[in-house]
Design a protein around this ligand. Structure first.
Ligand code: 5GP
Ligand code: ZN
Length: 114
């Protein structure tokens, strides 16, 4: 059994509200939503952060972002817009070390972030 929380969600050992799945990515609702829509999109393969990705992962990285736009469209966010966030490492505020993209939408996002 993996000790990575998101790998365990991929393995269906931990339940999540899955909103999209394909061969390479999984998307599920964040357990602690920060906006009316808050979905996490992850590669199924374990990579600790985007910083760990290399040219070898180029197509997977593109796939995760394109899956994010598909989910955003599915959630009806395409016209009003939304925010994609990839917290990376300690100063980036990353708390789960399996690369993920947050999709935040359904309200206006302020800038700069905290
Ligand atoms: P990070 O802080 O690493 O960018 O984002 C991790 C996200 O994972 C947080 O927004 C947090 O709410 C979410 N999260 C943590 N544990 C779980 C869980 O067990 N299930 C789901 N669906 N989300 C989780
Ligand atoms: Zn993992």
């Amino acid at each position: 059994m993996s000790d990575c929380l998101f790998c365990r969600i991929v393995g269906k050992e931990i339940q999540a509200k899955i909103v999209y799945e394909d061969d390479h990515t999984l998307a599920f609702d964040d357990i602690n939503p920060q906006a009316p829509v808050h979905v996490l999109v992850i590669p199924k393969r374990h990579l600790s952060s985007v910083q760990e990705m290399s040219a070898h992962d180029q197509s997977l990285l593109a796939h995760v972002f394109l899956a994010s736009t598909k989910v955003a469209t599915q959630k009806g966010l395409d016209a009003a817009g939304y925010r994609l966030v990839t917290n990376t490492g300690r100063d980036g505020g990353q708390t789960v070390f399996h690369m993920h993209v947050h999709i935040l939408g359904g309200r206006h996002m302020s800038w700069p972030p905290g």
